[in-house]
Design a protein around this ligand. Structure first.
Ligand SMILES: [Zn+2]
Length: 295
């Protein structure tokens, strides 16, 4: 009886709090998001801890761990297993951030933050509200589409050029808007023996299906933002580069589980330039098509 009452009270609370913002379950159709992929060392203190397709990065410092991206809702057990397989503990995660506020990169930040016992969440100021709403409200869904992941409290809202420092590691925040308003790339120097590598964690300027560069009332300057990001990413000549999705940095072409440690496999500068060029061409093709329709 007592437990029935408690459940009833809990349901009533949920309905009241949630109101119009009901929790909705979005099915994941891309099986590569869900497939496990073993963690491995990219270079120095930088590790890949994501799934087969969802790029998640762990940086180990003398003062604890920085995690970039969580995967989608439900990725938590895979990311946890990957972090632990490297000999690290979730309770050593001190900072969590993300390359952009879409559910396939932030969906389990809340779970990882909870498991860490108090990691601070840092997010681009332009995507922070999306995370705090649990993915309910973004520019495509100004009235809300329902909460699609556990809402995340953002402890620090990042500005372009900000530094994220933990132990001996310092990341620089670079706004890469367009894919979302607050898409973000990070650069960091990584030491490995006598050499220091300039690492770029790039958020590639991909245009999602169904998104219009022109005439999107929730994001009127999107086309300019994409142009800015493409021009900015063209300026980089990283020693090592990775990205938000495995396919965006050719992960499965250059690395197979069990391959020996070799940072150079992620250092193909011509491949980086070609990748950015491909996004540039796709952007200009879509822009021209949209402009032709409106003329
Ligand atoms: Zn995305």
């Amino acid at each position: 009886m007592k437990s029935t009452l408690l459940i009833a009270a809990g349901l009533a609370l949920f309905t009241t709090v949630a109101g119009a913002q009901q929790r909705v379950h979005l099915p994941i159709t891309n099986q590569d998001w869900l497939k496990p992929f073993p963690a491995f060392k990219i270079v120095g203190n930088l590790y890949y801890v994501g799934t087969y397709d969802l790029g998640c990065y762990l940086i180990s410092t003398r003062d604890g761990l920085i995690l970039i991206n969580s995967g989608a809702p439900g990725s938590y057990p895979l990311i946890k297993a990957n972090i632990e397989s490297l000999g690290f503990k979730l309770t050593d995660i001190k900072l969590i951030t993300s390359t952009h506020g879409h559910w396939d990169h932030v969906g389990d930040i809340a779970a990882l933050q909870k498991a860490s016992g108090g990691a601070r969440v840092l997010m681009n100021e332009r995507d922070a509200d999306v995370l705090e709403s649990g993915g309910n409200i973004d520019w495509r869904n100004p009235k809300g589409r329902g909460i699609i992941y556990d809402p995340i409290h953002v402890d620090r809202r990042l500005k372009d050029g900000d530094k994220i420092t933990l132990g001996e590691t310092q990341l620089t925040v670079h706004f890469s808007p367009g894919h979302t308003k607050g898409a973000t790339s990070f650069t960091l120097p990584v030491k490995d023996g006598a050499r220091t590598y300039n690492v770029l964690i790039a958020n590639m300027p991909g245009i999602n299906a169904g998104v219009h560069l022109l005439g999107s009332p929730g994001y009127p300057n999107m086309a300019q933002d994409f142009a800015y990001t493409i021009a900015d990413l063209k300026k980089y000549s990283p020693d090592i580069w990775v990205s938000s999705h495995a396919g965006q940095f050719n992960l499965h072409q250059v690395y197979k589980p069990g391959d020996p440690y070799n940072p150079a496999r992620f250092g193909d500068l011509a491949a980086y330039k070609a990748k950015v060029e491909g996004y540039d061409q796709a952007y200009h093709k879509q822009l021209a098509e949209e402009q032709a329709k409106t003329e």
